[in-house]
Design a protein around this ligand. Structure first.
Ligand SMILES: N[C@@H](CCC(=O)N[C@@H](CS)C(=O)NCC(=O)O)C(=O)O
Length: 92
C-alpha cells in the first residue's frame, strides 16, 4: 500500500491524480502546511527539505520525495503511463 503525505496544493494533487488513475490501494495522510507540520522532525525523516508531497511504499518501506520522482516511481512500479520507448518524452 502507498501512503501519500500531502496537502491541497498542485504538487500534492498531481500525485493523487496519478494514484487514482492507476487504481492502486493508497492512503492519504494530510500535512497541514499552515501549522508547519512539514517541519516536524518525524516528517523530515522522509522529506529532508520539509516539503510535500512524499510517499511511503509500505511494501518495501521505501520513501520518496519530489513530485516528479514520485510520479516516475509509481508509473514504473505499476507499469502504467510510462512506456519504456516514450520515457524521454514523458520525463520532459
Ligand atoms: N519540487 C518539489 C516542490 C515541493 C513543494 O514546493 N511543496 C510545497 C507545497 S506545493 C511545500 O511543501 N511547501 C511548504 C514549505 O515550503 O514550507 C516537488 O515537485 O515536489
Amino acid at each position: 500500500m502507498i501512503e501519500l503525505y500531502t496537502a491541497d496544493t498542485p504538487n500534492g494533487k498531481k500525485i493523487t491524480i496519478l494514484l487514482e488513475e492507476i487504481g492502486c490501494d493508497f492512503k492519504v495522510t494530510a500535512v497541514d502546511l499552515s501549522k508547519d507540520e512539514q517541519f516536524k522532525p518525524e516528517f523530515k525523516k522522509i522529506s529532508p527539505f520539509g516539503k510535500i508531497p512524499v510517499i511511503v511504499d509500505h511494501e518495501n518501506q521505501e520513501s520518496i520525495f519530489e513530485s516528479g520522482a514520485i510520479l516516475m516511481y509509481l508509473a514504473d512500479k505499476y507499469n502504467k503511463f510510462y512506456e519504456a520507448k516514450d520515457r524521454n518524452v514523458i520525463n520532459q
